[in-house]
Design a protein around this ligand. Structure first.
Ligand SMILES: [Fe+2]
Length: 518
């Protein structure tokens, strides 16, 4: 036996010490499930929320016409984890049951894994096997790791373009994909349609399930889920455009909207590799904000900017919700919050406690100001952080007071690439830069026009780069000495065969807040 084989064998033994094989597997009995006519794993596989010893593995069964008879019965699904790509070194397997009540979704919390390494996994149900996914655990909490590679993405309107960004990310060597919201869109705009949603605007659980299943049917999106673990938060379109807390757009009252929100949250959970689903007692509540370490190199907070926020200030009296406001006194109410009091203090406490070099905030929208001067005063888009200016000031002065050197805010939502400096008082040169911001453009959703963007650039010197004409994703290479940022992009709309290129490169140097062109 060669040394390499011995090493491999030692690894298998080390891993198998963790294994608790379920009785059905230990007895060697193959589970007798359905003989499928179609592919029940047609929505693919996914993994997410990595830790140093665990990761969530996901799939969902779907039923072809010829397999409908199986749909009403509970189904047993085996999940197998391997230490190698060739699937010769089994690590563990789990058998779980799923049923129609949970939309036939499968969530396995794969525990007992080793830190900082890749694993391969697949699901089996009766005669069918899923594709093989690759995932990765985070490094040990104390490990002095030298690198973290993130693919940052958001906003993938299915109708407005193809997923070239996911196709490329699937081929990249990434530690995880960070998806910052607008995974599905509830709405349509026939003007910008190059492919078509099934069904109308979703309201019910079944309608949200159908929308998610359609998105998950995309081959490039599936490839990207199968290639890397995903770390996720949501924005508004997972429920409805511009919702805030218990207020939607069309629902007459909060109770009706919260029923819709509960359906949307549940369908979201059923389609994502997440540890926690909706609260069993209060189904319109679901905790998605989270915190994860990458050795001693970085700590990442993923934030929820929708569920707990105050309603938008100065809404349109007829339409409600988001708009550009001028002379809105309510913006200056210090009690207003984007994150809600509990999440905000959890975040600030965590930032103060973290010993890790880079403090990364993954949140849904743009934090730098994008207002423009008008004859009646400066405008504010009341749905983004500009609509919560004192909450933003609280957060950024908190960073300044803690003297955090290496705070990096990541965002999405606005369908443009942005590199910006963050100050306690936006655009005021007397106010020191306390953090750096990178907003990623949309994967496919259409961006704003160039004339508005030009005026945003002119009015906001803190914004060092802003382009809304291209789609894509952002590569972040985090190292102890700095973070390099590459905006990968392709013109709108993204065609099935579009190819991405570098739009711009930026750098954030450790110990020096602010973005610099690279
Ligand atoms: Fe979006």
């Amino acid at each position: 036996m060669k040394r390499r084989d011995l090493n491999r064998l030692a690894l298998v033994w080390a891993l198998s010490a963790w294994a608790q094989v379920t009785p059905a597997v230990a007895s060697g009995r193959r589970f007798a499930g359905p003989v499928w006519q179609g592919q029940p794993f047609a929505l693919g596989v996914a993994s997410g929320q990595p830790r140093s010893d665990s990761v969530v593995l996901w799939t969902r069964l779907v039923f072809a016409e010829a397999d409908r008879a199986w749909q009403a019965q509970p189904q047993a699904v085996v999940c197998e984890v391997f230490a190698d790509e060739a699937l010769r070194q089994p690590v563990r397997r789990w058998q779980v049951e799923t049923d129609a009540q949970r939309g036939h979704s499968v969530h396995v919390l794969a525990q007992g894994l080793q830190p900082g390494r890749s694993y391969w996994y697949r699901f089996v149900c009766g005669s069918a096997s899923s594709t093989v996914g690759r995932t990765r655990t985070s490094p040990a909490p104390e490990a002095r790791v030298q690198q973290l590679r993130i693919g940052q993405a958001s906003c993938q309107h299915f109708e407005q373009g193809h997923y070239a960004a996911h196709r490329e990310m699937a081929q990249r060597d990434l530690d995880f994909v960070l998806f910052l919201g607008d995974y599905i869109y509830e709405s349509s705009n026939p003007k910008y349609r190059i492919r078509t949603h099934l069904g109308g605007v979703p309201q019910t659980l079944d309608e949200y399930r159908q929308r998610h299943a359609q998105y998950k049917g995309d081959a490039d999106l599936q490839a990207c889920h199968a290639a890397h673990p995903w770390v996720m938060t949501w924005d508004d379109h997972e429920v409805v455009n511009d919702y805030a807390n218990d207020r939607g757009r069309d629902e007459g009252d909060a109770a009706a909207f919260l029923r819709r929100r509960a359906a949307a949250y549940r369908a979201y959970f059923e389609h994502m590799p997440l540890r926690l689903g909706p609260d069993a007692q209060v189904p319109h509540q679901m905790r998605i904000h989270d915190r994860m370490a990458w050795g001693q190199l970085a700590e990442l907070w993923t934030l929820d900017c929708r569920q707990y926020r105050d309603h938008q200030a100065c809404p349109d009296p007829n339409r409600g919700g988001a708009r550009v406001v001028v002379g809105c006194d309510a913006l200056q109410d210090a009690r207003r919050s984007m994150l809600g009091a509990a999440q905000e203090s959890w975040l600030m406490q965590g930032l103060a406690d973290s010993p890790r070099r880079w403090k990364i905030l993954g949140q849904a929208t743009q934090m730098s100001s994008s207002g423009v001067a008008t004859p009646l005063g400066r405008s504010s888009f009341n749905d983004a952080w500009d609509g919560y200016p004192l909450a933003r000031e609280r957060l950024l002065s908190g960073l300044a007071d803690m003297r955090l050197q290496n705070a990096l805010v990541l965002g999405g939502d606005v369908h443009m690439n942005v590199a910006a400096n963050l100050r306690v008082r936006p655009n005021d040169e007397q106010s020191p830069v306390v953090a750096s911001e990178i907003v990623t453009t949309s994967v496919s959703s259409r961006g704003m026009g160039e004339s508005l963007l030009a005026s945003i650039r002119d009015n906001n010197p803190d914004i060092r780069h802003a382009r809304s004409d291209e789609r894509g994703y952002t590569l972040l290479d985090v190292r102890p000495e700095g973070v390099s940022v590459v905006f990968r992009a392709t013109p709108h709309p993204v065609q099935a065969d579009s190819v991405l290129r570098d739009q711009a490169r930026f750098e954030v140097v450790a110990g020096r807040a602010g973005v610099q062109a690279a």
